[in-house]
Ligand binder design. Sequence first.
Ligand code: FAD
Length: 295
Amino acid sequence: MSVLRSTLLGLSRNHWLGKRLPNSAAGRRAARKFMPGERLEDAIEAGKRLQKDHIAVVLTELGEDITDAADAQRAAQSYELALDALAEAGLDTHVSVKPTHLGLHLDPGDTAERISALAEKAASLNGMVFVDMEGSNLVDRTLELYETVKRRHPNVGLCLQAYLKRTPADVERLLPLQPRIRLVKGTYREHAEIAFQSRRDVSDAYERVARQLVAGGADVRLASQDVDLLRRLDLDCEIQMMYGVRAADQRRLAAGGKRVRVLISYGSEWFAWYMRRLAERPANLWFAIRAAVGS
Ligand SMILES: Cc1cc2nc3c(=O)[nH]c(=O)nc-3n(C[C@H](O)[C@H](O)[C@H](O)COP(=O)(O)OP(=O)(O)OC[C@H]3O[C@@H](n4cnc5c(N)ncnc54)[C@H](O)[C@@H]3O)c2cc1C
């Protein structure tokens, strides 16, 4: 992992910066690269634009590491509004949630209940709920959470991170549940003992896990902007990318008949998420600086 990437990921946990940057006009301008705006309405409007290019959407409200149960409950309610707004706009009712936004640090049982309630609502609208994967210290709890909810609600999916060396074993554990899996490379700062570090090793691991999932009968979504890797894999799976990243490729893939879904983020708690996006491609830092100074 490069020093710059590691520094940016370290800064993503800096509370002082996290309080100030989102309140500055410069910070907001810079974050616009990856989000259409902070309001749910902004995300819905962006979803409608993508739909015209035959690109489906999944919405996520930014927020993580909640330490107050009332905030976790508010986040769950806000996702209910998002599902209604998606349905009203004629978009797929798909949302993606972070377990720690819905209270995982406080009470895994309550978090499972909140996700179950969302899954029930999403099912009534023919939709889906995806559970994000966060730092490696949360993987065991997130797998247990997923197993609990998935037994009751088939329309729930889970994100797995290919960079973690444990992931092939986690796949074997989950396969009997006929899981819906969104496979990503992984975006957090993890130790070399537990996670592959080089781009090559992570891509190879991604390829292995993707094929393992497909061979095991899982319902797989390949979430990656690495179009060379996607081409090499050549699997008949939905492709997921982030809003604002490789938009031309998203349109090209959709026009060529691939199933493409774009993750649209919204909300005011974007600091840690935004720093992870910068770390994924340090060249974004220069874009951020230019946007921040308004050039
Ligand atoms: C739909 C979706 C959901 C995700 N959910 C999770 C999750 O729950 N947990 C988790 O740990 N991670 C998640 N991620 C992030 C993921 O782990 C990677 O960090 C991220 O997708 C970058 O990896 P990549 O596969 O695109 O490959 P990379 O090798 O990182 O990127 C390939 C190419 O894509 C472009 N690119 C990639 N990222 C950016 C960027 N930020 N800005 C500009 N260009 C970029 C660059 O051209 C780069 O060369 C998610 C990603 C997506 C698309």
